[in-house]
Write a protein of this length. Sequence first.
Length: 310
Amino acid sequence: MKKRIVIALGHRALGTTLPEQKKAVKTSAAVLADMVEEGYQLVITHSNAPQVGMIHTAMNEFGKTHPDYTVAPMSVCSAMSQGYIGYDLQNAIRAELLKRGIFKTVSTILTQVIVDPYDDAFHHPVKVIGRYMNAKEAEAEEQKGNYVKEEPGKGYRRIVAAPMPKSIVEIDAIKTLVQNDQVVIACGGGGIPVLQQGNELKGASAIIEKDYASGKLAEGVDADILMILTNDKMVDIDRDTEHPRFLEHITVEEAKEHIAADQFGVNSMLPKICASVDFITAGRGRSAIITNLENAIDALKGKTGTIITE
């Protein structure tokens, strides 16, 4: 029985600009193909912060200079980023697998994720998005009901909410592909946040934290392993002390103790640890790994990385 892994690619695995992404996905594809050769079933998700920011800025600038066109809502920008990243990523993985004589379909699923309209996050937006604006432009954004934040000396930028994911709309389609041993790319950038209104799904002005969506995806496909790739080889604690420590193998309870002690950055490592804990406690025999792309294969073999288990 093949082990099933959900692997969340971070910013370094994708690059920022179009040329950077083309180059970065080839490196990522080689690592992912190694996992396929090791006998894993892959479900891949990824970040999208630079890409969705670029798309949001471009679409809004286009709307300003072409009055007949409306600006693109966040949900549409998120959908565009999923397609754009998925296109490069699936083609790079397909090419790498074929080079190794492996014939396997690689598919990108445009994924919607339902969020709660009453989530407190909508009252406390934290995710910065888009270009810098002057005071007049920022005021116009606020008149539309959007939130803005001033960065001294730079200008204003729009900020959006980061609600928690509740369920994945396309989970059955994703599971069907995985059960047929196909490589699947889904929930890119945390998924497209949507609000359920009867039979309709309405795009929300928000961004879902990629790590929490990755955990929800791993639960939905009943994965054995959730691997979150970041910039560091291992998770560390006591970083600002004379004796910082790297975490090699910890239990869920130990992870909860470190969370309670505020050992992890709120907008960096904390979501990764919390998503890992939630995923592991939602089933039996599960584990989570946090490491970087360069050490992903060794981490799967238990040689490095931070491994969290029951």
